[in-house]
Design a protein around this ligand. Structure first.
Ligand code: NAD
Ligand code: ZN
Length: 375
């Protein structure tokens, strides 16, 4: 039975569901080890005047690092260090925007996000909300942003999410975990410097890298697949296999994973993700489990949907001796599980991509519960 709330989600008008999507791409990108040092030159022509600062939103793992000293901060620029322990929230975006508006008389010349998907998404959202009134929660959905965002730059320091290329910023709001999907979300500039990913801990490297691998599997096995998505998805999948199954030099591995993330993100731009992502959103909303780990926790039990993908995933996991946490959903009440299932089943486009228009004949609350119970 459908509740009225479910109907509401379904009826969101979305340009993203149009047959031919006219979607933006990152117009400028620099690639290469050490390319971070070009940031100062890149920002210079974007500076409106000395009172319109550049705001750097930086993952706080870099607070005591040499990268901190290399940030090209001049005039009234501000560096704000932010923890990535929790995924970005709409209230956090609102607070940052308020803080920036109170600190400066002029609108910033630009926002630079330095970090993983968490910091990249925060930078995108802050850039949007500086120029659009209200709360970030008002814009969660598809094409609800109507004014251009402030110039924003993304500099990934861990590879896999594809957040550096995507037209969304995923936020946890008071009612839902959902992206701000808009033409104004995409970065104006990206700097891909694989050296910045040097310090990533092994487990995190694997989880975020698997986000990319799962993007490929879900895109390539989806009903929305087309030559555009396939071309990027196949390339990203090949790169993931080289990185996680072959034995290659560390530098090469960093370079390749950064490009895999880019291509994986491009692949889902013109298709969709699938079952693992839909269910991972439920884990994220209810338990605060982060995106990469959540995807892995779900994906291991999806052999029924992605037999080949799960078998490669298990091979990769063995090779890198990754033990996934167990009993994650053990303490959950029936109510908790129902809430997760509600979130997961609300991700209609993901299910439709994964299983076709009749997905509801395969995916029922009971089915999802049985998978969550295993996790
Ligand atoms: P993250 O940004 O959450 O970072 C994970 C951990 O790695 C953090 O502890 C962080 O401090 C650490 N870290 C990052 N770079 C490091 C470095 N160079 N050295 C040492 N530690 C480093 O991780 P993520 O997996 O990249 O991002 C997850 C987020 O991305 C989620 O919030 C998810 O919703 C979002 N996401 C967004 C999109 C999109 O298209 N916008 C797509 C997928 C995921
Ligand atoms: Zn993902």
């Amino acid at each position: 039975m459908e509740t009225s709330k479910e109907m509401e989600i379904k009826n969101i008008p979305t340009r993203a569901s149009q047959k031919f999507r006219n979607f933006p791409m990152v117009p400028r990108v620099v690639f290469g080890n050490g390319s971070f040092d070009q940031l100062g030159d890149i920002l210079l022509p974007k500076r409106k005047n000395s009172d319109a600062p550049i705001i750097f939103l930086v993952d706080d793992v870099f607070e005591d690092s040499e990268l901190h000293a290399r940030i090209p901060r001049i005039f009234s620029d501000q560096i704000i260090f932010i923890s990535a322990d929790e995924e970005p929230k709409t209230q956090q975006v609102d607070a940052l925007v308020r803080q920036i508006k109170e600190s400066f008389q002029e609108m910033p010349s630009g926002i630079v996000g330095i970090g993983g998907g968490t910091l990249l998404d925060l930078a995108k959202a802050v850039a949007i909300l500086l120029n659009n009134s209200g709360s970030a929660a008002d814009y969660q959905g598809w094409d609800l942003v109507h004014r251009e965002s402030v110039y924003h730059v993304g500099i990934p320091t861990i590879s896999g999410t594809g957040a550096e290329v995507s037209r969304t910023t995923v936020l946890l709001g008071p009612e839902k975990k959902l992206g701000i999907n808009s033409d104004y979300t995409t970065f104006d500039q990206v700097i891909l410097d694989p050296e910045l990913t040097k310090g990533v801990p092994k487990e995190q490297w694997f989880y975020t890298g698997m986000d990319c691998f799962i993007h490929c599997i879900e895109s390539l096995n989806g009903t929305y697949l087309n030559a555009f998505s396939q071309s990027y998805g196949e390339k990203a999948l090949d790169l993931c296999k080289e990185v996680f199954l072959d034995t290659i030099a560390e530098e090469e591995s960093r370079n390749k994973l950064m490009m895999a993330s880019w291509h994986g993100g491009m692949s889902i731009a013109y298709s969709q993700v699938g079952v693992a992502h839909a269910m991972s959103y439920g884990l994220g909303y209810q338990l605060g489990i982060k995106h990469g780990l959540g995807n892995c926790l779900v994906f291991q039990y999806l052999e029924e949907f992605y037999p080949e993908g799960v078998s490669i995933f298990n091979e990769m996991r063995k090779k890198h001796q990754i033990d996934l946490p167990k009993g994650v959903c053990a303490g959950l009440t029936e109510n908790d599980l129902d809430a997760m299932i509600y979130i997961a089943m609300g991700m209609e486009p993901l299910w439709e991509n994964a299983l076709g228009p009749n997905w509801k004949s395969v995916i029922t609350p009971a089915k999802l519960k049985s998978i969550y119970r295993k996790i």
